[in-house]
Design a protein around this ligand. Structure first.
Ligand SMILES: Nc1ncnc2c1ncn2[C@@H]1O[C@H](COP(=O)(O)OP(=O)(O)OP(=O)(O)O)[C@@H](O)[C@H]1O
Ligand SMILES: O=C(O)[C@@H](O)C(=O)CO
Length: 414
């Protein structure tokens, strides 16, 4: 293994795995730290954790364990993959995790850059934008678990860590890799880098050659495979023509638009925390309904921010989330036992729940379904999955993904 990634959620893991695979590296996504039997080798390994919303001590312990495992596999460089919208709870574990990893790896400056221009995320003057809006006005301020109300990534990090937080401005990045390297201070610090377009990220990648630790969204990996002499080939994977379903627990703006669009063309079933906590809705019954449909149906809990807030007020944030995630996990498990062929999941936490429900230990990375979303296949299974980050994909994503995932003949190109 050359490149080791620690991802703080499951959709984020497949997002960065796609970037690396499209740049020509062989890559496996592991669901947590794998057992010895499940290690597949390859140029890159992505350990998917569910640490984004975890308490600090747990996130630090899990990330250090993942780092140790990746290093033991030979990884020469470690990337902490966080969300391109820098999702963090009020307690904020990104800073402490970076501090712990930097200590473990004995590193100097650590570049931090969540930019993902292809999906509209850019960093300028240390501030994170989603398209033409500051992060704090992008809809992310209403996220059910990680509301982001400060767009200044330097300030967000500074509240989470005692390490010095610095900045590499766009003017320096525009001068290229050498200027970026020259801008690095001595000693350990977190250097938030501006990046507006892919060429910026490629220069940052070049500058990062030999640096033991980096942090960012999937864009941070764009230029890394080249440092290892790898050239692009692109992943290949066959789809599955079997029955399909969409499971959506994401309440993001993009997902809500996708849900609204897909409901116009497919049967849908809404599930609520109330129904799950009070009514005892059975996953078996919903699975039977799913498998009785001709068009792949949609099962969703996605709701508008005011509905989510009211649910959280009534039942508690974690209790509501656990009920919904537990339901999706169980539903996926029943559907898989009954031979479902394609599952599209919307939402990182929801994807984590579904993958756990399926009992998956590792995922092969296939072709691109949308920017940041590959088709993936659990090891030794025929079932294919799409783990979509909440805010990724166009409005017709669900139909398009299901169609692409059905294709058993397509030879994929990067
Ligand atoms: N109607 C609802 N009321 C309250 N909580 C909900 C509701 N629907 C979903 N949730 C919870 O909100 C969380 C949504 O997080 P999830 O990570 O799945 O989506 P996301 O944050 O949009 O995606 P990403 O992390 O990829 O950006 C989950 O824990 C889910 O269980
Ligand atoms: O970086 C992103 O936006 C995604 O890969 C993600 O992590 C969302 O959960």
């Amino acid at each position: 293994m050359k490149l080791g990634i620690i991802a703080d959620d499951f959709t984020g893991a497949s997002d960065i795995a796609l970037t690396i695979a499209e740049a020509g590296m062989s890559v496996t996504q592991y669901i947590g730290i794998p057992d010895r039997d499940a290690v597949l080798g390859g140029d890159a390994g992505v350990v998917a954790l569910k640490s984004r919303t975890a308490p600090v001590a747990e996130a630090v312990a899990d990330s250090l364990a993942a780092c140790d495992w990746l290093k033991a596999q030979g990884a020469e460089q470690i990337v902490l993959k966080v969300c391109s919208t820098f999702d963090s709870t009020a307690d904020g574990n990104i800073g402490p995790v970076l501090e712990a990893l930097a200590g473990r790896l004995g590193v100097g400056p650590v570049v931090v850059c969540p930019a993902f221009p292809e999906n509209g995320r850019s960093v300028y003057q240390g501030h994170l934008f989603v398209n033409d809006r500051l992060l704090s006005e992008s809809g992310m301020q209403d996220h059910p678990l990680t509301p982001m109300t400060d767009p200044d990534i330097r300030r967000v990090l500074a509240t989470q860590t005692n390490l010095p937080v610095g900045h590499i401005p766009a003017q320096t990045v525009a001068k290229g890799a050498e200027a970026i390297v020259a801008a690095m201070p001595a000693g350990t610090s977190l250097m938030v880098s501006d990046a507006i377009q892919d060429t910026d990220l490629l220069e940052i990648g070049k500058a990062a050659n030999g640096m033991p630790l980096l942090c960012g969204g999937s864009g941070i990996a764009l230029g890394l495979p080249r440092n290892f002499g790898v050239t692009a080939v692109g992943p290949k994977m066959q789809g599955n023509k079997g029955a399909g379903v969409v499971l959506s627990g994401s309440c993001s703006k993009a997902t809500r638009a996708q849900v609204a669009r897909y409901r116009q063309v497919a049967p849908s079933r809404e599930v609520s925390a109330r129904e799950l906590l009070e009514g005892g809705l059975r996953a078996e019954d919903v699975a039977a309904w799913v498998l009785g449909q001709e068009t792949p149906p949609l099962v969703f809990s996605s709701a508008d921010p005011d509905v989510v807030k009211e649910t959280q007020r009534q039942f508690g944030t974690s209790r509501a989330a656990e009920a919904i995630e537990g339901f999706f996990a169980e539903l996926a498990a029943v559907l898989s036992r009954q031979g479902i062929g394609r599952i599209v999941v919307a939402g990182g936490e929801t994807s984590g729940a579904v993958v756990k429900g399926l009992g998956v230990s590792a995922l092969e990375i296939g072709s691109r379904l949308a920017a940041g979303v590959p088709m993936v296949r659990p090891l030794n299974e025929r079932l294919v999955l799409a783990l979509k980050s909440g805010n990724f994909g166009g409005e017709a994503f669900f139909s398009e993904a299901l169609r692409l995932m059905e294709d058993t003949t397509r030879e994929e190109v990067a």
